[in-house]
Ligand binder design. Structure first.
Ligand code: PHE
Length: 470
């Protein structure tokens, strides 16, 4: 995908360019950067801590880590290998390498799921990205310095209560994403990831350092890493599974698209592992930065989507040079969200280009504006429509606003469904030979992956689905 057949500096050109100059290492690095740029985002820093808080901590974290290792990583490998094998856009690749002719049309569904998921996710992702944009100003203006937990909480509730301000920042974030997708200047941005990601890592470490010295670090560590299964519900398991897909950007063919630019001699297993480890590391660091502050200030771990915006600003307000670190942190968070946002919009734009024959600017504008408009429903769910639960009569959706429903439906239904299709495709539709050749793993490792992708992953995803629907 990406990589626009139009667009000036495309990712593929960048890959080839860097190949010629610096050999294969840099192209492996380029893939890791692009994939990490997509994977690391609001999912790690905003969503992971708050769903962990809502689902009781340790047991949820353990299930989430298992889902990453036993479901997410094998599916990421499958996506990348399908992409590299096919060497085209996801839908095209699937069509080309499906060995059984009569099944071919079924695999278009993967593309359709991806387009729909990207569309729905970006609509609310951009609203949260807007919160981050707004907090750059809050931190830079020194408003957080020395504030109490109540005051920091009030800053956040004032933001949520103000639809016009939310709309402004949502618009800014969406415009940033649309600009890059329309211009196809992703190569530059992906290079920027190599500086910005480590920067984000360092700032998270600073926040963790502060939390260690000033927060209730011990309590946070036991909250995150001591599983208490009595606190985990079946719906918590679904949330953990869904989040594994969301945080690794799986189930919507993003990694498939990136995989089509991966040179043949690069190990798919190692690169996928690198991306998963970095992604998980960022999420765990965010948890370690946030929960000590939650406990030290008597805040509620299950406070919901506002959790990081009520805790990190408190820490930045109290540490030396906090305004500077706070501003930097939110700028880096915007970058992390930006690179993820781009990977959400790109598949839709490509689909419009391929299917509807629209040019890149028009497709970006069209898709972006519709996504932006849908975002307004999420904005209103935070204030004027906060009591409106469209599916409230169904027990499972009781009290869920439009924003909650969008989040639930995409992360917990659409992405796992897309992932399930990918697993079945790699495990049952492609020839074993092709898969084996593409992965180039040792015998036992290959057999382990193959068994996982053929049996374990589809059964696990289906079981969690069925269990939750019943
Ligand atoms: N992985 C991104 C995050 O954690 C979100 C995302 C999901 C991006 C699906 C692309 C596809 O923020």
């Amino acid at each position: 995908m990406s990589v626009s057949d139009s667009g000036s500096a495309t990712y593929s050109e960048a890959l080839e360019g860097s190949n010629a100059k610096r050999g294969l290492w840099s192209s492996r690095l380029a893939f890791i950067l692009a994939a990490t740029g997509s994977a690391v985002g609001l999912g790690n820093i905003w969503k992971f801590p708050y769903i962990t808080g809502e689902n009781g901590g340790g047991a949820f974290v353990l299930v989430y880590l298992l889902c990453i290792a036993a479901v997410g990583l094998p599916i990421m490998m499958a996506e990348v290998l399908i992409g590299r094998r096919g060497g085209h856009s996801p839908v095209q690749s699937l069509r080309l390498i499906a060995e059984r002719d009569r099944l071919k049309p079924a695999w278009r569904m993967v593309g359709a799921v991806g387009v729909l998921a990207g569309f729905l996710i970006l609509s609310f992702y951009s609203v949260i990205g807007g919160w981050a944009v707004s907090y750059v100003g809050t931190a830079a203006s020194g408003q957080l310095v020395g504030q109490s937990a109540e005051a920091v909480g009030a800053i956040f509730s004032n933001l949520l209560g103000d639809p016009l301000t939310l709309l402004l920042w949502h618009t800014v974030f969406m415009a940033l994403v649309m600009f890059v997708v329309a211009k196809g200047v992703r190569a530059g941005l992906e290079r920027a990831v190599s500086i910005l990601m480590p920067g984000l890592f360092v700032l998270l470490l600073i926040a963790v350092g502060y939390a260690m010295t000033s927060g209730e670090f011990g309590r946070a560590v036991s909250f995150l890493f001591q599983p208490d299964f009595s606190k985990l519900s079946t719906s918590g398991i679904l949330v953990a599974l869904g989040h594994a897909f969301f945080t690794l950007s799986l189930g919507m063919a993003v990694m498939m698209a990136y995989g089509s630019y991966l040179p043949k001699n690069v190990s798919i297993a190692k690169t996928s592992m690198a991306v998963s480890v970095i992604d998980t590391g960022v999420a765990l660091l965010a948890g370690l930065a946030i929960f000590p502050i939650v406990f030290a200030n008597g805040l509620e771990p299950g406070a919901g989507p506002g959790l990081i915006f009520q805790t990190l600003p408190l820490a930045f307000g109290q540490m030396p040079m906090g305004s500077l670190f706070g501003t930097l942190f939110f700028v880096l968070l915007i970058f992390a969200a930006w690179t993820s946002g781009i990977s959400l919009l790109e598949p839709i734009v490509e689909w419009l280009e391929e299917r509807k024959g629209m040019n890149r600017t028009a497709s970006t504008l069209g898709a972006g504006v519709v996504c932006w408009a849908l975002g307004i429903a999420s904005i209103l769910s935070l204030n004027l429509w906060s009591d409106f639960a469209p599916l409230g009569s169904i027990a499972m959706f009781e009290g869920k606003t439009i924003f909650d429903l969008l989040d639930f439906f995409t992360a917990n239904i659409l992405l796992p469904l897309g992932g399930l299709l990918v697993a079945v495709f790699a495990g049952w539709v492609m020839s074993r030979e092709a898969v084996e050749k593409e992965l180039a793993l040792s015998g036992p490792m290959f057999r382990l992956w193959y068994l996982t992708i053929r049996y374990f992953t589809p059964v696990a995803v289906a079981a969690v689905f069925i269990y939750n629907l019943m």
